[in-house]
Design a binder for this molecule. Structure first.
Ligand code: GDP
Length: 453
């Protein structure tokens, strides 16, 4: 617990009907009582928790705004401390004025993520739930929102705790063995010991295998769309995106200045870095650019390679095909509405989708292939999914610990040595949920939050 009482604006600074300022700490109610005056005449300190009062914010007797103050008493609040949330009109200057007044009356400005950090330190939330808040707030698709919600209601914590239980039980049986190595104790049963490790390993592998798909849902997938000019790359993109296509940076006048364009393909964001050339169909200098295509292919997670069915393949197509990786490429055979002149046998090893992009034909198939190849098709958005690189790194460390425990067993090491590996796995999991975590890690996590969260 910190002895600082903190305050911050909890809503975005803009023009909105309501804006909220949150105060948390031992003096939260006393501070609020210096600036908020209820029409009932009762101070907030007379209120029980979960009670609201209607009144005015006053500075030196002058009214700044009318307001509703909501009182939460420790430990029944977001942070686990006394909290007052003051709702006023949502004007930028108004909120800043009232925050300043609150700071002048005894509160300190909250640091980024400090409210949630206090909630964590006071045992109101674990780290996976706290980290899911970022996703809840910034979700850009329904699937991302569902993933964040699943983590927020504790799916990841629960699954992690189940793994922990297996490892704690494995640890306990080692401890029993070490204490009484010559006696016949239940804890010695190598079969059940291995079963505990296997259960833990299986759940960790499940969580790790869905990580990439979850990341793609949250961050999108780096995509290269390649193919000769006029094969229909732009038309395919338009078909995929409908209206949901955005150019993030577009300096007028030249398509070469486009830095990143995103296309929402059925809920998966395709990040099309460096789309220069895609729109410049008349630009023969840029045009064929197999070298350019190759460099795009190298840096992409997903490659959409478009070919025109109405023309026979030429040497540019052949060298493009040679540079494609079957694992991350979808071949799009476009213009199927025209007479076929392409030799399809060269694509037999590839995932292929036939489209007539101009009329929208092939849309569903293409969306399905994109979901399949990116792993998002098999992702259950309501399941326990690791939300960020920190969580993944902890899960990888835990899995490594289990693998080392197997290796130690196989090579006939002492049970104490096996136990050290199990302990390593366990401490990685305790760090994942935050049950055992250093101050440095905690500080680093909450520094990434915004002020007011
Ligand atoms: P890009 O240079 O690869 O981006 O190609 P565009 O998307 O600009 O398309 C080139 C030309 O092919 C345009 O005139 C499109 O209207 C046309 N086109 C694109 N897709 C189809 C299709 O499926 N069928 C037919 N018949 N024409 C298409």
């Amino acid at each position: 617990m910190s002895d600082r009482t903190i305050a911050a604006i909890a809503t975005p600074l803009g023009e909105s009907s309501i804006g909220v300022i949150r105060i948390s700490g031992d003096n939260a109610i006393a501070v609020a009582d210096r600036v908020f005056f209820a029409f009932s005449g009762k101070p907030l300190s007379d209120l029980k928790g979960y009670r609201a009062a209607y009144g005015e914010i006053k500075k030196d007797g002058a009214v700044l705004d009318d307001a509703v103050a909501l009182v939460f008493k420790a430990p029944k609040s977001y942070t686990g401390e006394d909290v007052v949330e003051i709702s006023v009109h949502g004007g930028r200057l108004l909120l800043l004025d009232i925050l300043r007044l609150i700071l002048e009356n005894g509160a300190a400005p909250a640091e980024p993520g400090e409210f949630t950090k206090r909630a964590f330190l006071n045992g109101k939330t674990d780290l996976t739930k706290a980290e899911s808040i970022m996703g809840l707030i910034s979700a850009k698709s329904d699937t991302e929102l569902r993933l964040s919600r699943a983590a927020h209601i504790g799916k990841t914590s629960k699954k992690t705790e189940e793994i922990e239980k297996n490892l704690i039980a494995a640890d306990a049986s080692i401890a029993a063995y070490s204490d009484y190595p010559d006696e016949d104790i239940e804890g010695l049963d190598p079969e059940s010991f291995l079963k505990m490790l296997k259960n833990a390993e299986k759940s960790l592998c499940e969580m790790l295998s869905s990580y990439d798909a979850g990341r793609i849902i949250r961050e999108g997938i780096q995509t290269a769309i390649v193919g000769k000019p006029n094969v229909g790359k732009s038309t395919v993109m338009n078909m995929l995106s409908g209206c949901e296509r955005s150019i993030v940076t577009d300096i007028a006048g030249t398509t070469r200045d486009v830095i990143e364009e995103t296309v929402n393909a059925g809920g998966i964001i395709l990040r099309l870095a460096d789309t220069a050339g895609i729109h410049t169909t008349d630009d023969k200098v840029e045009s064929i650019g197999v070298e350019l295509a190759k460099s795009r292919i190298d840096s992409a997670e997903l490659v959409l390679a478009v070919f025109d069915c109405s023309k026979p393949l030429d040497s540019d197509d052949t060298s493009l095909i040679a540079s494609l990786d079957r694992k991350n490429t979808i071949v799009i055979l476009n213009k199927t509405d025209l007479e076929n002149k392409i030799d399809r046998s060269v694509f037999t090893d590839f995932r292929t989708v036939e489209t007539a992009a101009q009329s929208g034909k092939g849309y569903d198939l293409l969306i399905k292939e994109i979901a399949d190849i990116s792993g998002t098709a098999s992702l259950d958005p309501d399941s326990a999914v690791l939300m960020n690189e920190r969580q993944r790194a902890c899960a990888v460390r835990a899995l490594d610990g289990i693998k080392e425990a197997y290796a130690a067993l196989e090579s006939g090491n002492t049970m104490d040595a096996v136990g050290i590996c199990v302990d390593d796995a366990l401490s990685a999991l305790l760090e994942l949920t935050g049950k055992r975590v250093t101050n440095e890690v905690t500080d680093e996590i909450f520094r990434r939050f915004c002020v007011g969260k």
